[in-house]
Ligand binder design. Sequence first.
Ligand SMILES: *[C@@H]1O[C@H](CO)[C@@H](O)[C@H](O)[C@H]1NC(C)=O
Ligand SMILES: *[C@@H]1O[C@H](CO)[C@@H](O)[C@H](O)[C@H]1NC(C)=O
Ligand SMILES: *[C@@H]1O[C@H](CO)[C@@H](O)[C@H](O)[C@H]1NC(C)=O
Ligand SMILES: *[C@@H]1O[C@H](CO)[C@@H](O)[C@H](O)[C@H]1NC(C)=O
Ligand SMILES: *[C@@H]1O[C@H](CO)[C@@H](O)[C@H](O)[C@H]1NC(C)=O
Ligand SMILES: *[C@@H]1O[C@H](CO)[C@@H](O)[C@H](O)[C@H]1NC(C)=O
Length: 541
Amino acid sequence: MSKSFLGCFILWILFQLLIEVNCQMTPFKPNVLYKHTATFVDNKLYILGGKDINENYVGKEFFYLDVSVPFNTQNLLWQDLSNINMLPPHSSAASVKGGVNNDTLFLYGGITNDQTMALVYTFDPQSNSWAIPKIAGVNPFRKARLTGVNHDGKMYLWSGTTILDNYVFVNDMLILDTINLSWGKGSLVNAPTPRGHYGAALLPNNNIIYIGGYDDITVGFNDNLYINKGNALTLIEVYMYDIMNDNWSTKMTTGNIPSNRADFSTVLGLDGQRIIIFGGGFINPGYLDTTLYELDLINFVWTIPKVTGKIPTPRILHKANVIGKYMVISFGYGYDQSIESDILLLDISNNEEYVWTTTFDPTIPNNTNNTTSTSSSSSNSSNNTGAIVGSLFGGILFSFGVYLLYKWNKNKKKQKDEGYGQEERTISTTKNIHNYVNNNYNNHEITQVPINGNSTNNKPIIIPTPVINKNCGQEIIHDENTTNHEPIIPAPEVNRNYNHGEVTSTLDNDKLQIFKDEILQAVDQKLKNFNNSNITRNDES
Ligand SMILES: *[C@@H]1O[C@H](CO)[C@@H](O)[C@H](O)[C@H]1NC(C)=O
Ligand SMILES: *[C@@H]1O[C@H](CO)[C@@H](O)[C@H](O)[C@H]1NC(C)=O
Ligand SMILES: *[C@@H]1O[C@H](CO)[C@@H](O)[C@H](O)[C@H]1NC(C)=O
Ligand SMILES: *[C@@H]1O[C@H](CO)[C@@H](O)[C@H](O)[C@H]1NC(C)=O
Ligand SMILES: *[C@@H]1O[C@H](CO)[C@@H](O)[C@H](O)[C@H]1NC(C)=O
Ligand SMILES: *[C@@H]1O[C@H](CO)[C@@H](O)[C@H](O)[C@H]1NC(C)=O
């Protein structure tokens, strides 16, 4: 008996090794190109949603890059989490890191064809689970093409567009309290005109700066990313929303003012005294040699920073996060994925000279202020053997755990059939549920419930999460014993109150007509552009 056990054990070890090696040799290859979100949480850069090179939604694609360890952009080790992604296909949403412990991904809005898509989702990286939080207060309509900025747990969601047939640029300062889970509104007195795909950054003086963008839904650009149709907004003026005083002001800028533009990325410099913008689609480029500008926040002078390293191809509709000493640019439209990396790194630690580089060093230099923290945890710099041994050990523990769970489940089966009424109804509104773990995982989500007296209704909707092997995100472990208490229920008709002006998939005649018109218009436009021998890509396609 002990012999065959040993045999099994060795086989199992070999199997584990195979999985491990397999995981490491076939890195995940994303399809996403642009209009995604990039959220930096707990040393991981999470990429979600967006569209691929054929302008199709990438669907369930969800993955991250571990930035606690050095890497080279020529060899990115994306970790795939797509099999735990329960969100409908979408693009141009807004995201921040927020929540009680400032470690939860909040996703707001976005364009989608799926009318079941909730207005807000949360992803908890600790339990690898998605949830739909119940949010108190006015349930606003869906917006897209906007940027979320987190200040002290509140997500500021200014302007953007509706996702109706005729996109409307909406002027409102929507505020999502990610801690108390409630909606609020900010002042619009002296606010700039409404717009989408603008630049935004939180400044050290508790202001959010807003720059550029567009308010012309017909805007299109050629292969050089010059706007050749429609218009984008000026960067001569920049706008400040003062969070503490809830008021707006406008600043006039001077210097090498970038031409009107939209779809660029904006970050705060490491010293907190400048913002840096990259890329975007622009009008009549005045300074053809660069797509990189910085704005001094003391005197509001635009300059072209000194840059060394290999200048990358310009991009639009990408994202940028400050991670350690880098402006980390992810994906975007305009580059050749077979030649250039999906990630660009601009080392911004030296204000006198920024450096385009391909190597990421997670240590933070000591000559800059700590505006962002990649808590340089050396504990995570695992070498491969360590990881393998760790996973083996984890596997043994896991198997033992599954066995215990099985036993425990058998005993508890009866009790478990009770008390799930609420969840079952809500769970059944999400699709494609194959497998999920014990709801205990989500317990701390439930404690996030807003303080709102009369609310039995304010429970967050828990989206169950399949069990995954954390060492290799591709694998779903199908263990019937952990899921036997929940049948898969077809989605019933639920009354949804967040369906204000969303594009529905069931087209009625009016919509078909509009759709037909749009196609005709698009074809017409394409032909016109071909005649100009200058292909226009519509931002809204
Ligand atoms: C969470 O972190 C972000 C920076 O990533 C910061 O802007 C925000 O104020 C923080 N929120 C809280 C509640 O500390
Ligand atoms: C959440 O609500 C509590 C109590 O009402 C309040 O003290 C706290 O300031 C609120 N937090 C945020 C981030 O609004
Ligand atoms: C914003 O409010 C603060 C405090 O009331 C005030 O000092 C400041 O002048 C206001 N700014 C503008 C632009 O109104
Ligand atoms: C760091 O911040 C302080 C004030 O918070 C500022 O005076 C100083 O110039 C900053 N240092 C750098 C290197 O930017
Ligand atoms: C940064 O640290 C190094 C050694 O760790 C030291 O030699 C250098 O003077 C420090 N620089 C600053 C600006 O503090
Ligand atoms: C940056 O943060 C580290 C660790 O929190 C601290 O030791 C260091 O003094 C900070 N440096 C500056 C310039 O604030």
